[in-house]
Design a binder for this molecule. Structure first.
Ligand SMILES: [Zn+2]
Length: 305
């Protein structure tokens, strides 16, 4: 599943590939993904992309007519960009059609699955194409006026972003009354957005904090963060920044927006390393896996207390 760093990588890729470009056509090959597509999705044709932002794991594509195209990659969504030269190299005119006239994807050799999971395609006036592929179909696409962003149901209840100005003081305020395990509190999108399973494990390991400790134990009686919580906050920012810098990381079949299927391998320190020696110098412990709220937690009982 793409986590925040992957989504940020996609944002940066789209920024390079489609910013200031004008959509000439939208090809829609099914009714929807997790939810039905907005009825007016085809009206994105004619709009120019004026910005690409990210809120939590939502991509927010600003259009010059004052609307926002929201895209969430779900479990397996990805965008692949094709230049006009790439697109011209693929014979488009001989294709069968689906959905009352929409040609089937011609890009299956690049996007995988013979193109049958290329559900959406944005064609730009310069011939660039952005193909959205999503085999598991948990992705979300929505379209709304920018003035409604604050009340958009998917966005309105999200917690703070994990980068500045977010601090240990903010985290302490969110954890003050939480008796749940610290790791589960970090996964709660109302505490902070975008700290998924992998990066919660990594940040706790780096901080030497057991994932099962109670969240409110990291808040002093006066509501201020403990030293451990300050360290954890720094490490959350650090692990996410490092992953963004290295182009995100992958576990599944998730590809970056660079026109290829290639993706970045990222060496995790604790995630997925059950039974292997702890990577911390001098620790000598062994990484264990436990299940919290149906999710695997990887941790080192020797150095995480
Ligand atoms: Zn260790």
């Amino acid at each position: 599943m793409p986590e925040l760093p992957e989504v940020e990588t996609v944002r940066q890729g789209l920024l390079q590939g489609i910013l200031n470009k004008t959509v000439s056509e939208v090809l829609i090959r099914r009714e929807g993904l997790r939810y039905p597509f907005p009825k007016d999705l085809v009206t994105v044709a004619g709009c120019t992309v004026t910005g690409i932002r990210r809120r939590a794991k939502y991509l927010l594509i600003d259009l010059d007519d004052g609307r926002v195209l929201l895209s969430h990659l779900g479990m397996s969504g990805r965008y692949t960009l094709f230049s006009s030269t790439d697109a011209e190299a693929v014979p488009q005119q001989l294709l069968a059609t689906v959905n009352g006239g929409v040609p089937v994807s011609a890009f299956g050799d690049s996007t995988g699955y013979g193109g049958k999971h290329d559900h959406l395609e944005f064609i730009f006036t310069d011939g660039t194409r952005a193909v959205y592929t999503d085999p598991r179909r948990f992705g979300i696409v929505d379209l709304f006026p920018s003035e409604e962003e604050a009340i958009q149901p998917l966005l309105s209840s999200l917690g703070p972003e994990p980068f500045d100005p977010w601090s240990a003081v903010d985290l302490a305020r969110a954890l003050q009354r939480r008796k749940t395990a610290i790791k589960l509190a970090l996964l709660d999108q109302k505490t902070v957005v975008g700290v998924g399973n992998i990066y919660a494990c990594e940040a706790l390991h780096r901080s030497g904090i057991s994932p099962t400790r109670k969240a409110n134990g990291f808040v002093r009686a006066n509501g201020k963060p403990t030293v451990a919580l300050e360290r954890l906050t720094d490490h959350i920012k650090e692990v996410l920044s490092e992953a963004i810098a290295s182009g995100g990381s992958t576990l599944n079949d998730f590809a970056a927006v660079d026109g290829t299927m290639g993706y970045f391998a990222h060496a995790f320190q604790v995630y997925g390393r059950e039974g292997l020696p702890c990577t911390k110098e001098g620790c000598g412990g062994v990484v264990r896996r436990l299940v919290q709220s149906n999710r695997s937690t990887f941790h080192c009982p020797s150095c995480q207390r």
